[in-house]
Design a protein around this ligand. Structure first.
Ligand SMILES: *[C@@H]1O[C@H](CO)[C@@H](O)[C@H](O)[C@H]1NC(C)=O
Length: 214
């Protein structure tokens, strides 16, 4: 009788060091959303502009890239630099009412403090974006002039996410969970094996494509 209990216990104990050795903690992916309100927008003109959505998106992307030339606010995906799309930025715009237009920008951002690209200085994504807003950066191209002056305060949200096979800990960190090695060139998002591994994870990681569409 004792033997039948001892065996699984020994097996379990022998596995513990393996699990601990494989565990590591990395910073979570930070996704931020900037919300800009134009409460004196010329909505009837907006509605007359051909391909407004793509013009508006391109303009906002240009604004982000301009900020990122000075302050490194755009984050990057694992093993991949993406300066052109500023952390896979998604831009949405909506007519709130006949004089109010709203733009949301969601992107993978750098972690605070973010660095200045040229001099030794740091700031935060919020501070840099807020200063940019006041400085007219979100009207970088003439096309956006029809929106009028934006409200003075930027609405800012952030959330932290982990890749599959990791779980969110301490609010903004990811713990790698799986035991065993992962092929270097394994495809991401993960395959069914990862699905199996992550089934019992408390905070199930969200696919990047999904979280960017928040
Ligand atoms: C911006 O995000 C807020 C909060 O999720 C949402 O309520 C609003 O509809 C969004 N606006 C646009 C233009 O996407």
């Amino acid at each position: 009788m004792p033997n039948s209990i001892q065996f699984p216990l020994l097996l379990l104990l022998s596995l513990v060091p393996v699990i601990l050795c494989q565990e590591s903690i990395v910073p979570a992916i930070r996704v931020v959303r900037l919300q800009i309100d134009y409460e004196n927008a010329d909505i009837s003109s907006v509605q007359k502009i051909n391909k407004w959505n793509s013009i508006m998106r391109n303009s906002v992307m240009a604004s982000l890239r301009f900020i990122n030339k000075h302050w490194l606010i755009c984050g990057e995906e694992e093993d991949e630099k993406s300066p052109i799309d500023c952390g896979k930025a998604q831009v949405t715009g909506d007519i709130v009412n006949d004089h109010h237009y709203q733009i949301n920008v969601t992107f993978i951002s750098g972690r605070d403090p973010v660095k200045n690209a040229k001099v030794e200085a740091t700031s935060t994504v919020f501070a840099v974006s807020q200063i940019g807003l006041k400085g007219g950066i979100f009207q970088y191209t003439n096309a956006l002039k029809v929106l009028g002056k934006p409200s003075g305060t930027l609405k800012f949200d952030e959330a932290f996410f982990c890749y599959r096979g990791q779980s969110l800990v301490e609010g903004d960190k990811c713990r790698k969970l799986f035991v065993g090695r992962r092929l270097r060139d394994s495809e991401w998002p993960a395959n069914d094996m990862d699905e199996e591994r992550t089934r019992n994870v408390e905070h199930n990681p969200i696919r990047l494509g999904t979280l960017i569409a928040l």
